[in-house]
Design a protein around this ligand. Structure first.
Ligand code: SF4
Length: 373
């Protein structure tokens, strides 16, 4: 797929308003809408522009804050349906996520929804979400979405406080018939700056574990850890698949712990590896429109490129020189000479937050450390 002309996914932070106050919130969401949010007419103009994009038409992902807090959500989704622009939602779990709302969205052609779950157990998830009872509310919301015919994706942020629960989370989601598990590797932006990330030598263990977790009929993707694709490629190319990855790749105790727990919960793998990815990354196939119309390569990459109030998002995406360099895999440091530069390319957000250079190498990737060991 050619990502030079148009992105595959356009994330729109429709509002800053959210009834939750999650400890790792990228958006630093707040109770009430921000005064400078894009108005309905501006949202319609964004949809008009996507309708004119080269095919396949980009998917508009409505995020926030909580997109369900937009009073014009029905009008915007109905307008997108009329123009044939595919829309997905990424709402918060709150009383607004109810039968009436979901029926309206389905009528307006919305079929895909993603929810966040940050622990396999109520204590962990609710420490992050800051609301008692939110774990069971989230599991009920998954069921409710499925009852209304939505395809459900669950998003989970990996952090020190939940990393040992990843196998239990995978099992929970498989048992709930979740189709896709998208695993976010934290970036220090928004309220995420106060959260303890996993240890640097654990990234490799987690990525190998996610390859294992994708062998139970549920697709697994990562956000801000594109080096998962390198790990997946390594695992696919092994001449002898019966060898133990822990030995073959010199993995640490975290991998062994998670794999053992996964097998206890789900038994032997039931499917091939389901880790489909286009070679997208921040700014390549992905673009993010903030609540005030400012455009960024991704939600975790606070590198402003312009505003849809001045210029079309597709024009910004196509013409920005930094995005062109990102799409051409013209990186600095290790990502610049790595053989996986195009397939992976490293997290541009982590590189930027760590160095101020959106083309620098991704400090979380252990590729060259692993090669030396
Ligand atoms: S060095 Fe960069 S491009 Fe290579 S695998 Fe690591 S993150 Fe990806």
């Amino acid at each position: 797929m050619n990502f030079d002309l148009a992105p595959r996914l356009v994330f729109w932070e429709t509002t800053k308003a959210c009834p939750l106050a999650c400890v790792h919130c990228r958006a630093t969401a707040q109770r009430h809408p921000a005064p400078d949010e894009l108005a309905t007419e501006e949202g319609r103009a964004l949809i008009d522009e996507l309708a004119s994009a080269p095919r396949p038409m980009p998917i508009l992902v409505l995020t926030g804050g909580d997109c369900l807090q937009r009073p014009d959500l029905g009008e915007l989704t109905a307008y997108a349906k009329r123009l044939g622009v595919p829309v997905a939602i990424s709402p918060s779990v709150s009383p607004s996520l109810n039968t009436g709302m979901l029926s309206m969205l389905r009528t307006n052609g919305v079929r895909n929804a993603s929810l966040s779950l940050d622990g396999a157990f109520a204590d962990t998830h609710e420490q992050v979400r800051q609301i008692q009872g939110h774990f069971s509310d989230t599991m009920r919301a998954i069921d409710l979405l499925q009852e209304h015919g939505f395809t459900v994706q669950v998003n989970s942020a990996v952090m020190a406080q939940n990393v040992h629960e990843l196998a239990d989370m995978a099992a929970l989601l498989v048992h709930h018939d979740v189709r896709t598990w998208e695993v976010f590797f934290l970036i220090g932006v928004g309220r995420g700056q106060s959260i303890a990330e996993i240890e640097s030598d654990e990234y490799e263990d987690v990525c190998h574990f996610l390859v294992d977790a994708s062998q139970y009929g549920m697709a697994v993707r990562t956000v801000e850890a594109p080096f998962f694709r390198r790990v997946r490629a390594w695992r696919a190319r092994r001449p002898d698949a019966s060898l133990d990855p822990a030995v073959e790749f010199r993995l640490g105790p975290l991998y062994k712990e998670l794999r053992t727990r996964l097998r206890q919960q789900l038994g032997e793998p039931t499917s091939r590896v389901l880790a489909p990815t286009f070679a997208t990354r921040d700014g390549k196939g992905i673009i993010f429109v903030g609540h005030d119309g400012r455009v960024y390569p991704a939600g975790f990459l606070p590198f402003p490129l312009g505003s849809v109030r001045d210029k079309g998002v597709l024009e910004i995406y196509r013409d920005d020189p930094v995005l062109k360099a990102i799409r051409a895999a013209e990186f600095h440091g290790r990502c610049g000479y790595c053989e996986y530069a195009d397939e992976c390319g490293g997290s541009r957000a982590r590189a930027y937050v760590a160095t101020g250079d959106p083309l620098a190498d991704d400090p979380a990737c252990q590729y060259f450390a692993v090669q030396r060991s």
